[in-house]
Every structure is written in structure tokens, then in C-alpha cells.
Write a protein that binds this ligand. Structure first.
Ligand code: 7TS
Length: 411
């Protein structure tokens, strides 16, 4: 068996994604904006449609047939996620709207449950805004302090600085697994080990990790892990918060409402058991079901093959991009995945993005919701190409050809 994907596999898999077959501005679509949102295979779309066509109804409530079918399918995804992350129990799997929602849930709950004036939260300088702003809001609320691990010129965290920041006031470390703007993969094992030695729990932002690499939360030993469905071939508006049961039991609920209670009187409410304690209101049932199908889809292809192929693509792209006059990479971490960010001398990323679009090539340009990263590297924005297993070397060649056109245009 081959350890990576072959051309023939990729041609086959691309047929699973109807959206990839189209032309944009008369050119075949080259989709290299997977870090923003990956594309969705037809089986996921079909599963969502089937729910609305055949058994649309609310979960955990009705004794009627449709509600039972909906509840079963919804809870089946929880089992799929448990297996996908290797969580210890389905009680550790909470459905959210996505990564941002998961982090806000925790920031609010940890804030109310654990944080006192003078406490500290540690994040890194490469975080997405959704792993910065919720902590800022919570810290301001509780009189706590946000501490930031600096990064070096290659876009890697400075580990010694992290060691220096950890102290008896530290209540949580919240750190990204794989950076969306630099492509850096963080040394999580070391970070988590060190934090645990000081008794500090760790939240991992896995938004850019789950599309590319196998995650085992027990092996990582992280205390919390969040990701979004739409970056791993699933639907938008759905995601997962994993938490160790002992932590989730200790924390107060986030939102109040239906499904998260056992008993309500005007005097006192008794909250539901895990995971329902954190799932107030009617959830995004159709998309949770779609997420389960998406996770099964990637697992069937296999992370060993996906990671190997994407790694090959990424280094192929890095090598070829060096041909472009005046191109400079932002982020040179040795251990990397997913995304490549670059700037080209005297050409604004927005202009690059616009010209690439005319060639049918979708990349993202801007600050990628990591403005502190842009400040660190003293650039207003970058152009970012990000890869999925369905991308090909021919598509990277098309990107390079189009970038040559950009250079000619601005010469
Ligand atoms: N964390 C990381 C590392 C991300 O890359 C993103 C989204 C988020 C959190 C937020 O995820 P959401 O699903 O809740 O929005 N990143 C990007 C991106 O790079 N381009 O568009 C969205």
C-alpha cells in the first residue's frame, strides 16, 4: 500500500467535490484557500439534505419516530467525534458553532468558575483573533492578565520565554496547534508537559490541525481542544469542544436554556449532566449530522496518506515559489503544515489576490485574523496559499505561472 496519495487517487477524490469541477472567470477553479474553508464532498451535502427531506425534527424531546431518528443521528456523530479525537467518553464531546464559539464558551465558563483578580492566562503571539479577544474580554471582566509568548523571526514560539511566563498565577495556557497565517506547527507535547508540571491546564486551538493531521487528545494530554467542521470538509456553523470530563464537571454552564437542565423552578435550576450541560437550546442538528459524515470521509482516506501528500505539496510549493522575484516568505518554521504566507516586493497582496482570481485561483490575502502576527513581521498583509488533500502539483504550477504574470504586470 502506498503511504501517500497518488495522482489517480486524487483525480478520484476530486470527483467527490462537485464545486471543484467549475470554472471561474472562464478558467478551471484552483482552490487554494482551504485554511479559510475547505470544500464539502457530496456525501456530506446529501446527508444534510436527507435530514431535511426525511426526518427533520428536534432532538432529545420527542417520543415520535422522526425525533428518535434525529436524536440517534445527532448522537451518532458524537460517537464519531469521540473516536476521531480518541476522547475517553462521549461526555467529553460538546457541539458548538465552531472554534470561535468553543473558545468563547470556555473563556466565559472558566472566567466565572476559576478566575480571580490577578490571575493570568497565557496565549502565544501567533494566535487567531478568536484565541485572543475572548480572553481579553474575560480578563477585563475578572481583573486578570493576558500574557503572550513571543515568536522568533521564523515564526516559532520562544520556548524559554514560555517557561518564564508560567507561574503560580497562571490559570490556563491557550495555544494554537497549527498557525493559520504562518503554517507553524507548535511543539504541543512539550508545552503541555511543562504546563502540567505547574498544574496548569491547556486548551489547544485545533482549527488548522484537524484537516491535516491525526489528533489524539489522550496522547496529547491536552485538557481542552476545539475545532470547526467547515475546515475539515464538513459544514459551516458547527464545531466541537473537547474537554476532559473532570474539568467540564468542575466548570459552570455557558448559556442557559432548554436541554441543559434537569429540573427548573423559580428558586433553583439543576443542570443537566455532561455533555448536555453545555448545549443549551436546539442545536444545529443537520450540520452536526453532516460533520459526522465528513469525519468518517477523511478517516476512510486516512490521515497518514493525507498528511504525506499535503506535506509533499507544501514543500513543492515552497520550492517553486522561490522562483518568483522579490518573494519573501512570512513564516519559516521547520515543522509546518497547511498554509504558506508570502509577500512580494512592491506589490500589495490585495492586487496579487485580484489578479490570481482573474486566473481562477482562489487564495486569501489580508491579515488572516492575526493582526499581531502582521505587526510582528511589520507587514500590512500577506498572500496565503493553503492546501487540502485534493490539491495537485499542477495547481501549484498554475499558481506559479499566475504569479509570474503578476510580476510582469507590475514591472
Ligand atoms: N483558530 C484558527 C487557528 C483559525 O485558523 C480560525 C479560522 C479560527 C480559530 C476561527 O475559526 P471559526 O471557524 O470559528 O471561524 N481561520 C480562518 C482563516 O485563516 N481564514 O478564514 C478563517
Amino acid at each position: 500500500m502506498n503511504s501517500t496519495l497518488q495522482q489517480i487517487d486524487i483525480e478520484k477524490f476530486r470527483k467527490d467535490f462537485p464545486i471543484l469541477q467549475q470554472k471561474v472567470h472562464g478558467k478551471p477553479l484552483v482552490y487554494l484557500d482551504n485554511a479559510a474553508t475547505s470544500q464539502t464532498p457530496k456525501i456530506v451535502i446529501d446527508a444534510i439534505q436527507e435530514y431535511y427531506l426525511k426526518y427533520n425534527s428536534n432532538v432529545h424531546r420527542g417520543v415520535h419516530r422522526l425525533s428518535q431518528l434525529a436524536s440517534e443521528a445527532y448522537e451518532e456523530t458524537r460517537e464519531i467525534v469521540q473516536d476521531f479525537l480518541n476522547a475517553n467518553s462521549v461526555q467529553e464531546v460538546i457541539f458548538t458553532k465552531g472554534t470561535t464559539d468553543g473558545i468563547n464558551l470556555l473563556a466565559s465558563s472558566i472566567g466565572r468558575g476559576l478566575i480571580r483578580e490577578g490571575d493570568e492566562i497565557i496565549i502565544s503571539a501567533m494566535e487567531h483573533h478568536s484565541n485572543i479577544v475572548p480572553w481579553q474580554i474575560m480578563c477585563e471582566d475578572r481583573g486578570a492578565k493576558l500574557r503572550v509568548i513571543p515568536i522568533n523571526d521564523d515564526g516559532e514560539i520562544i520556548f524559554e520565554a514560555f517557561e518564564g511566563l508560567l507561574n503560580e498565577r497562571t490559570k490556563l495556557v491557550s495555544i494554537v496547534h497549527t498557525s493559520n497565517s504562518l503554517g507553524t506547527v507548535n511543539p504541543l507535547r512539550e508545552i503541555i508537559d511543562l504546563a502540567h508540571k505547574k498544574g496548569v491546564p491547556v486548551l489547544v486551538d485545533g482549527a488548522q490541525a484537524v484537516p491535516h493531521t491525526k489528533i489524539d487528545v489522550q496522547d496529547l494530554d491536552c485538557d481542552f481542544f476545539v475545532f470547526s467542521g467547515h475546515k475539515v470538509y464538513g459544514p459551516t456553523g458547527v464545531g466541537v469542544l473537547y474537554g476532559k470530563k473532570a474539568w467540564l464537571e468542575k466548570l459552570p454552564p455557558y448559556q442557559g436554556g432548554g436541554d441543559m437542565i434537569l429540573n427548573v423552578t423559580f428558586e433553583k435550576t439543576k443542570f443537566n449532566e455532561l455533555p448536555y450541560k453545555f448545549e443549551a437550546g436546539t442545536p444545529n442538528i443537520a450540520d452536526v449530522i453532516g460533520l459526522g459524515v465528513a469525519l468518517n470521509y477523511v478517516q476512510k482516506i486516512g490521515y497518514d496518506k493525507i498528511s504525506a501528500w499535503e506535506n509533499e505539496l507544501m514543500w513543492y510549493a515552497r520550492n517553486r515559489l522561490q522562483e518568483i522575484d522579490g518573494l519573501r516568505f512570512i513564516g519559516n518554521a521547520k515543522h509546518r503544515a497547511g498554509a504558506i504566507s508570502f509577500v512580494i516586493e512592491n506589490v500589495h497582496p490585495h492586487d496579487i489576490g485580484t489578479i490570481l482570481d482573474r486566473e481562477g485561483i482562489a487564495v486569501r490575502t489580508g491579515h488572516h485574523c492575526t493582526q499581531p502576527v502582521m505587526q510582528r513581521f511589520k507587514v500590512p498583509a500577506t498572500t496565503r496559499a493553503s492546501f487540502a488533500f485534493y490539491n495537485t502539483k499542477e495547481e501549484i504550477d498554475q499558481l506559479i505561472n499566475a504569479l509570474h504574470k503578476v510580476i510582469e504586470f507590475f514591472a
